[in-house]
Design a protein around this ligand. Structure first.
Ligand SMILES: CC1(C)CO[C@@H](CC(=O)O)CN1
Length: 423
């Protein structure tokens, strides 16, 4: 018999002319793969077929708002919306609750989105940037560093992240200095030297990271007395100066200043040899997607986040599956949703809230704010290569450390960083 269609909407940033994230390049194929897999499963949404209607948002909120209206005002009725980067997710998730619509974001890292007042129907499989802060604090405690300096560029995501880190440090009795810069970090670096900064957390994008690294090299703000923490999702060769950026540091000098810095990042691909709800392991998913793409993964934006997009479709499918069971009692059907049925929306929201399954990106579950709960991976740059140092589970407050860290001068970690003697 003909299957009944359940329609979902979606926006995917396929290019980033505005400097945003173009992760739709790998995340759209991942979503299409998940739809294929879910629609093939007889045990999920039996008698139904998920149908996606999508547009290219270019990571621009205005364009996304236009397409959101197209999706909502043009039939057929959509049951849920997928969204990508933070600026688009912010706009869509703030508007669609009036249509009793849930937004599921596979690509938004902004801490500002953890706000049920502004975004009452948002869930995201992409972890917030703030998930790095408990990990950073745990490492400051491990190495007994009592004073840290945060150096951030002025983007909203880094300001929110820095504010949260400062609060978490102070709660643990760790002193915090904060410096921010727009474009040129030279003055902020000079101030850090005056304040005798030792343990530095850098919150900025890759191009800004290269400027800071070169300033640090020129001011000798690296080596024995210093430890840098940077963002982990930069490319592995981010510190090599591109010709067109006219940095007055050589690749050798940049590598020297980058030696032994730590990075933290959320784990987005399960490396466990355990099959997930889809029947694939995380690595099998990644290999299958790589084979499907006709571009090199290294040149396909959003490839690291593709597992999050794949799992977002499974989260939707399981929530719809859970809702159909609840609606049968009241002889309601999902396909009769018409943006006004508050009861049906509430059933769907509660099913989504309680979602928990093993995904290709790891265990998928949401906090009360709709945030993705995920583990963090810590690496250190040693000889120009990132080496895995360990993982941190902020839920369990459990640090798995491999004792592979190295420090300049071959000695143990710098002393309690409030001690200003020349160590
Ligand atoms: C880890 C990163 C690159 C952080 O930004 C996300 C995009 C966004 O938050 O707009 C995508 N994933």
């Amino acid at each position: 018999s003909e299957r009944v269609a359940l329609h979902i909407g979606g926006t995917f940033p396929m290019e980033s002319d505005g400097g945003g994230w173009a992760g739709g390049q790998a995340c759209l194929p991942a979503v299409q793969m998940a739809l294929e897999d879910v629609n093939k499963r007889p045990d999920i949404l039996d008698g139904y077929e998920l149908v996606l209607h999508y547009y290219d948002s270019k990571c621009q909120p205005g364009l996304a708002a236009k397409y959101m209206y197209e999706l909502l005002y043009k039939p057929p009725v959509k049951l849920m919306l997928l969204a990508g980067c933070s600026p688009v997710t912010t706009t869509v998730a703030e508007a669609v609750p009036v249509w009793n619509m849930i937004v599921l974001s596979y690509g938004a890292s902004s801490p500002a989105l953890s706000n049920r007042d502004r975004f009452p129907t948002l869930f995201r499989t992409h972890p917030s940037a703030n998930l790095q802060n408990p990990t950073r604090v745990r490492l400051f405690q491990k190495f007994n560093w009592k004073k840290i300096t945060i150096l951030q560029s002025v983007e909203e995501v880094f300001t929110s992240n820095a504010k949260d880190l400062e609060i978490q440090c102070r709660e643990k009795g760790i002193k915090v200095n904060r410096q921010s810069f727009y474009g040129n970090p030279a003055d902020a670096v000079k101030t850090m030297i005056r304040q005798d900064a030792r343990i530095i957390v850098g919150l900025y994008y890759e191009n800004e990271a290269r400027k800071v690294l070169c300033e640090a090299y020129k001011n000798k703000l690296y080596g024995r007395k210093y430890v840098w923490f940077l963002i982990g999702w930069f490319s592995d060769t981010w510190y090599i100066p591109p010709k067109d950026e006219h940095l007055n540091c050589t690749a050798q000098q940049m590598a020297e200043a980058a030696q032994f810095h730590f990075t933290t990042e959320s784990i987005m691909l399960s490396r466990e040899n355990k099959v997930t709800i889809s029947g694939m392991t995380g690595v099998e998913f990644r290999d299958r997607l790589e084979n499907q793409l006709n571009t090199d993964p290294a040149d396909t934006a959003g490839f690291p986040e593709a597992p999050l997009a794949y799992d977002a479709v499974w989260a939707m499918a399981l929530a719809f599956n859970c809702t159909t069971a609840k609606l049968t009692v009241d002889r309601m059907k999902l396909e009769d949703f018409d943006y006004h049925n508050d009861f049906m929306y509430k059933q769907l929201f509660n099913c989504m809230k309680d979602t928990r399954f093993p995904g290709v990106s790891g265990e998928v579950m949401f906090s009360d704010l709709g945030d993705r709960i995920a583990r963090t991976q810590i690496e250190q740059m040693q000889g120009g290569k990132y080496i895995m140092m360990g993982t941190y589970d902020s839920g369990e407050q459990k640090l798995d450390w491999r004792n592979k860290e190295m420090f300049a001068g071959g000695r143990g970690p710098p002393p309690d960083s409030t001690i200003t003697r020349d160590w």
